[in-house]
Design a protein around this ligand. Structure first.
Ligand SMILES: Cc1ncc(COP(=O)(O)O)c(C=O)c1O
Length: 397
């Protein structure tokens, strides 16, 4: 039976909470294994060596069980924070104290929303934007401004226009292999925007969840590393795309002045991040050849991208997309169809993609869909593209 209670008693902020069609589609595809899903952002679970994982788990149980099964430091397990500094960050003012380990980078987004956003806070985001960031920030009901994205980063004309006409407090950006577009800021734009943000004194929340997924193994300098105002810049990283989302571990590089506040908010969330996962991940980094592991992930994703690109060119030449340099998505424009119709008919035909409107800062339809290529097998991918092509042609005739 439906009940009125939630709306009567819920806090005002709950009316701003955004739901996610992606999670709904994921639920559907888990419940119905016949659906071929290009929808999730699911890293391929077979990329992590089961042998190394098994021996690391055994060693943890033998040697580190007291630590692994205890509460831990709210900032995170120190050996892991040191490894992150050595291998996975580039801001020059780093020290283990600057790293706070979170439950996925998603928790970092939530904490930063809580720290910086009120109803009168002007927050700049990209268009399109990572939906999970909108979900994290929306309950605080900030005023969102959005800058249109080009394949090499934000449109600079619009960025300067927005910054000159409004006092922007926070810019949330995902500069490398953005979710959903995979657009990647050029080095030139990174430098220009870093200095603009310094000049205007704007806090940057830089989401680097896909930083290490370049198909050629390139790593761009973070925008934060190019800023002079290191007190106004946060970098979020994640183990989800480079090891496994199952560990639920990420980190935020936090400027010194905000560390105690960030940690106190995290304590209110969960006291500390999963200690067991942290010990395992730290040992994994010790045991595996991490650079070699990254290269094999990059090669694998690059090959999967090639396969999807050639399937799309063969079976759906009407679809338009730019070639990604990294990441796990194609951002595909399907001309001359209604987004809702294509989505509905695809699901009926047993294939799922995420409609572009999900990544729009404002309510509007889109002719783009996000297609993941990292999860489906090659044969399933071909069958999925054929199903989409049939649906697309049926709608268009
Ligand atoms: C751009 C971006 N940021 C953050 C996240 C959250 O990742 P996690 O919480 O698994 O680290 C995701 C997940 O897909 C993402 O695509």
């Amino acid at each position: 039976m439906e009940t009125e209670i939630p709306t009567i008693f819920s806090a005002k902020r709950t009316s701003f909470v955004r739901t996610s069609v992606i999670r709904e589609i994921l639920k559907l595809t888990v419940e119905n294994s016949d659906i071929l899903s290009f929808a999730g952002g699911l890293p391929n679970p077979h990329l992590l060596s089961k042998d190394i994982l098994g021996s690391v788990m055994e060693a943890t149980i033998r040697e580190n069980i007291a630590t692994a099964l205890q509460y831990g430091d709210s900032s995170g397990y120190l050996p892991l924070r040191k490894q992150i500094i050595e291998e996975l960050t580039d801001v020059p003012w780093n020290s283990p104290d600057s790293i706070i380990i979170t439950h996925g980078s998603q928790q970092g987004l939530d904490i930063l929303g809580k720290m910086f956003m009120d109803s009168d806070t002007n927050v700049l985001i990209e268009d399109p934007v990572y939906l999970g960031a909108l979900q994290a920030f929306s309950p605080y009901h900030p005023q969102f401004f959005s800058v249109p994205m080009e394949t090499d980063g934000p449109n600079l004309f619009w960025l300067e226009e927005i910054l000159s006409q409004n006092k922007i407090h926070v810019f949330y950006a995902n500069p490398s292999y953005q979710n959903p577009s995979t657009y990647t800021w050029s080095l030139e734009k990174r430098k220009q925007i870093a200095s603009l943000l310094d000049e205007k004194e704007i806090i940057l929340i830089e989401d680097e969840a896909y930083r290490y997924l370049d198909f050629e193994g390139n790593v761009y300098p973070s925008v934060s590393s190019l800023r002079k105002r290191n007190d106004l810049t946060f970098v979020l990283g994640s183990f989800s795309k480079i090891l496994s989302p199952g560990f639920r571990l990420g980190w935020t590089v936090v400027p010194e002045v905000y560390r105690s506040l960030f940690t106190a908010i995290k304590q209110g969330n969960d006291l500390n991040s999963n200690q067991f996962s942290q010990v395992i991940v730290s040992k994994l980094l010790d045991e595996m050849d991490f650079k070699d592991h990254l290269r094999s992930i990059q090669r694998f994703y690059s090959e999967k991208k090639e396969i999807l690109v050639s399937l799309m060119k063969n079976f759906l030449p009407e679809a338009k997309f730019s070639l990604p340099k990294g990441g796990m998505f194609l951002w595909v424009e399907y001309p001359k169809v209604s987004e809702k119709e294509l989505m509905k008919q695809c699901l009926t035909s047993g294939v799922a993609m995420v409609p572009g409107s999900e990544f729009s800062p404002v309510k509007r339809t889109s002719s783009n869909f996000r297609m993941n290529f990292s999860f489906l097998g090659d044969v399933e991918m071909e069958e999925g593209v054929k199903r989409i092509a049939k649906v697309y042609r049926d709608i268009n005739t």
